[in-house]
Design a binder for this molecule. Structure first.
Ligand SMILES: [Fe+2]
Ligand SMILES: [Fe+2]
Length: 245
């Protein structure tokens, strides 16, 4: 078998990344659509419900953009399973707490993380077409994160958000995915030239993830009365495990 050249290898990694994002955006479209109804069920304001519906529409458009980038990199979006929005909240929680769990995980953690990645990419990528897509996604994702912070702020200090602190490690692990702190490296994933394809090299992805947690997510949660102690311990363990490999 003829080994892939560096350029081909980058394009393949980029196509995989945009294909993955395509699927994530389709799932987010479904999750926000369902969340709008759930927010109504816990008495959230009509404005917050409308923001969730708007987010669902945004994510559908984002999926199209991601598919376009995937195709540009020579990839395909065929062969994926139908998107779903699996339940993520612990079943031991009350129905209201489960909605707040979903908001905290999907908006405060995941959407804040997306903003960190998009901001870093916008600081590095030069291609006009790519920058246009990154700007469009970033303009929307910041609103999706704010939705979560607004919902949690309205519950500030209440028991229904206080119970969520111990679940933060599970949310962070889900957000980091299996690869971010996995031992061993694929040198192709550390290629700085990936930035021009809209992909952060792995070390940068870790740095952005950690910066976002420490500068945005942990203090934001604490301001809403959710302890970040378990989340900070989880992060310290990931770092220690990686340093020891
Ligand atoms: Fe999105
Ligand atoms: Fe989003």
């Amino acid at each position: 078998m003829i080994p892939l050249g560096a350029g081909q290898s980058r394009r393949r990694l980029a196509a995989e990344a945009w294909r993955f994002r395509f699927q994530v955006e389709r799932e987010a479209h479904l999750r926000f659509g369902r969340l709008a109804g759930r927010l109504a069920g816990i008495g959230a304001s009509g404005a917050l419900q409308a923001l969730a519906l708007r987010a669902s529409e945004d994510e559908f458009r984002h999926a199209t953009r991601c598919a376009e980038r995937c195709l540009l990199e020579g990839g395909t979006t065929t062969g994926l399973v139908s998107p779903g929005a699996p339940e993520i909240a612990a079943s031991a929680l009350s129905p209201r707490q489960r909605v707040l769990y979903e908001v905290m995980a999907a908006c405060c953690v995941t959407e804040s993380g997306s903003m960190g990645v998009l901001s870093a990419l916008l600081g590095a990528a030069r291609g006009r077409g790519l920058r246009r897509v990154l700007r469009e996604l970033a303009a929307d994702e910041v609103g999706h994160a704010r939705l979560g912070w607004a919902v949690l702020a309205a519950e500030r200090g209440g028991e229904d958000v206080r119970v969520l602190g111990p679940f933060l490690p599970a949310m962070l692990a889900g957000n980091a995915g299996p690869g971010l702190y996995a031992p061993g490296t694929n040198p192709a994933e550390d290629d700085e030239a990936l930035l021009e394809h809209g992909v952060l090299p792995r070390a940068q992805r870790r740095a952005v993830f950690e910066d976002t947690l420490e500068a945005v997510v942990f203090p934001g949660l604490e301001a809403c009365g959710v302890s970040a102690v378990a989340g900070r311990a989880w992060l310290a363990n990931q770092r220690a495990a990686l340093a020891g490999t």
